[in-house]
Design a binder for this molecule. Structure first.
Ligand code: SAH
Ligand code: SF4
Ligand code: F3S
Length: 451
């Protein structure tokens, strides 16, 4: 491998899988690499080094990575790509470092989620080895393990200024939902200090950003000394130049009346709640250890709607959890009908090694999981299309995101309650906030004209 950026620097491309926590970490890694003399490759084909920033949440996600490592290796071996170094970072690196560091599809380096400060050093060694530096130190190419005090800050310029800037406010998760691998891959919940979060947002605003999305597996469980999540929102809302604050994910147990009441008094906090229910059956929720009932969840939705008129909801569901009967599944459908989500992310249960649910019999046949998934998605589509047509004629505040690719002259915008709006014949600028009347809708995109 020869340094191949025009200035001789080695070029790195990071492929990001999984959730926004990983998107944020990818920016963090690019930031660290920039500081250490590596260049960013625009595409994977242009990269000397490819890092796969991975997800372990479902079995399929991990399978994809094993084959992707193999594919990248084989392209390079056959002289079809210049990618001589392949690394694995993220949740899967944390979970199965040993497997990833050996065998035919072995990665050159494996870095867990709290180890990214070591990236430049390990990459230097991996690059030296590929270049045939036989005298180079016999490196350890694996670093994993959770470190309570490690919190990353992505550079403020890591995102386009028009879209929301992700700001991770804490890491890990202290819930132990029985199906979930995240507590194992991300470790216990640990907070980024409020003053660090505040400074990060000030830097984003100084770099031209106007909107942030606060990020964590359970942002609503944020707890710094003397400050819960509602308090954090109160502290961030006054930042001069910041216009919008969004956040995800919320856990139903921490999303209480105090929070939505606080939100109702904060002008920058957008009225959109991503708050996964996972199931509508109390029996299943108990076995998932979610610590709420369907009725409590619906109560929370009602409370939020009382305090935040026009608030929208999105959520996640798992179908085919061990022991889920058809009756249980009907209750999930019922809950989806009642909540009227804007969007649901629906998954077939995937058994994860060493999670509590792995001890249960994964007894819902794949075919049944598939049928339930399809039925849930079809219902959500129906619910959504009636909600969407009812919204035509309404006036919403939207933030302009960018020029649309099609049709010419149109702009992409997002409503404060997180709906996509295409502004036809609009003349404006990125980041602008304006009121629009909704004139129509196609799938999940609305059409609007400025009023
Ligand atoms: N912290 C968030 C989401 C974590 S993972 C929360 O608590 O809601 C994102 C989603 O993946 C989950 O909400 C869940 O719906 C899904 N998921 C997690 N583990 C899964 C598994 N073993 N099988 C299928 N889906 C899973
Ligand atoms: Fe996983 Fe539950 Fe934590 Fe979400 S709250 S990350 S589903 S353990
Ligand atoms: Fe996946 Fe890790 Fe996120 S397991 S969902 S990338 S926290």
């Amino acid at each position: 491998m020869s340094g191949s950026a025009r200035d001789g620097r080695v070029k790195v491309f990071i492929e990001t899988y999984g959730c926004q926590m990983n998107s944020y970490d990818t920016s963090v890694m690019y930031g660290i690499l920039d500081e250490h003399g590596y260049a960013r490759a625009e595409t994977v084909d242009d990269a000397d080094v490819v890092l796969l920033n991975t997800c372990s949440v479902r079995d399929l996600a991990e399978h994809k990575i094993h084959s992707r490592v193999g594919e990248l290796r084989s392209l390079n071996r056959r002289g079809l790509s210049k990618t001589a170094v392949v690394g694995v970072t993220g949740c899967m690196a944390e979970r199965m470092a040993d497997d990833l560091a050996k065998g035919e599809r072995k990665a050159d380096l494996v870095l867990g989620v709290d180890q990214y400060a070591k990236l430049p050093g390990m990459l230097d060694l991996a690059v030296a080895r590929v270049r045939g530096d036989k005298d180079g130190p016999k490196q350890l190419n694996v670093a994993t393990g959770h470190q309570a005090d490690v919190h990353y800050v992505a550079p403020p310029d890591a995102y386009p200024t028009n879209n929301s800037h992700l700001v991770t406010i804490h890491k890990g998760c202290d819930y132990k939902c029985t199906y979930c691998i995240v507590p194992a891959t991300r470790g216990p919940q640990r907070e980024k200090a409020p003053e660090v979060i505040e400074q990060e947002i000030r830097d984003i605003v100084a770099a031209g950003g106007r909107e942030v999305t606060l990020l964590g597996q359970n942002v609503t469980a944020y707890r710094a000394p003397g400050l819960n999540f509602a308090g954090l929102l109160q502290r961030l809302n006054p930042i001069v130049g910041l216009e919008r604050i969004r956040f995800l994910t919320g856990h139903p147990c921490d999303m209480n009346e105090e929070l939505v009441k606080t939100m109702s008094g904060l002008d920058k906090v957008c009225p959109w709640l991503h708050v996964p229910a996972q199931s509508g059956s109390d029996r299943v929720l108990r076995r998932m250890k979610r610590h709420y009932t369907a009725a409590e969840y619906l109560g929370l939705v009602a409370t939020a709607r009382r305090w935040l008129p026009g608030v929208t909801f999105s959520g996640d569901f798992i179908v085919g959890f061990p022991g889920e009967t058809d009756e249980d599944f009907r209750m999930t459908l019922e809950l989806v009908r009642e909540v009227r989500y804007d969007q649901t992310f629906n998954f077939k249960y995937s058994e994860r090694p060493a999670t509590p649910a792995a001890k249960l019999d994964d007894d819902v046949p794949l075919e049944v999981k598939k049928e339930r998934l399809a039925e849930l998605m079809a219902l959500q589509e129906n619910v959504w299309s009636s909600m969407a047509s009812a919204a035509v004629g309404e006036v919403w505040d939207v933030a302009v995101e960018d020029e649309a690719r099609r049709p010419a002259g149109a702009w992409r915008a997002r409503s404060l309650h997180n709906r996509k709006v295409l502004l036809l014949d609009h003349e404006g600028f990125v980041g602008q906030t304006l009121s629009v009347r909704i004139t129509g809708c196609e799938a999940t995109t609305f059409f609007g004209v400025a009023v």
